[in-house]
Design a protein around this ligand. Sequence first.
Ligand SMILES: [Fe+2]
Length: 244
Amino acid sequence: MIVAQLSDIHADGSAARLQRLDQVLAWLRPLRPDAIIVSGDLAEFEHADSYAAIGDRLDSTGAPYYVVPGNVDDHHAMGRVFGPQMGWSDRRPLNCVGAVGAELRVIGLDVTVAGAHHGDAAPVLDWLATTLEADGPPALIFQHQHPFLCGIDEKDRNICRNGDRLAQVIKAARNPVLGLTCGHVHRPMFTRFAERAATMAPSVTRANRLRLDGREPAISDPPGLLVHHLKDGRLVSHVVMVGS
Ligand SMILES: [Fe+2]
């Protein structure tokens, strides 16, 4: 069972941003993922056209896909393109749930806050708790903003707030939660959250440099993705950078 995770495409109406997406999808196609999740910030300008272009490209993979919004997304325009297949009504939050075969559920949480770059889990906690009560296979939760401190200078200002309450809901869930994965900081990372694996996908758009404790390299990273592989109940997440 293979779930590919793309994040932070930041389409803006230019060909260059979509070329980076094409590069990532060209790498991904032979892997024939069972599902694709996109953890937010699909478009930052020219939203309607950008979502249509991204939707066409995701459709062309033949894989079912699930998306959640990020802080630069336009909920209304996103809902018009992806709403019918995500089962969204016209209102926030734009959460989603998908079955990937009989072995995995993906749960997309919309933790965005209107007009803000940080996120907040509090408004979706009841929905998540109810969703995790329903019978079903183990879940992989995905969202845009990171609910854990990432340590990169300045990026933790725009964290997903109320991460402690989110962790409580995950820990109390009747059904197993394998892990949580996100985007937003434009860097791949691996840590623990709610006593589970927590990952962040690299960005499709330009990466942020790894700035730790005031030190940083001069060279940025190429576009990339995460490949989550589930076998015999064991989840292993692979990071892939697609050279430019
Ligand atoms: Fe973001």
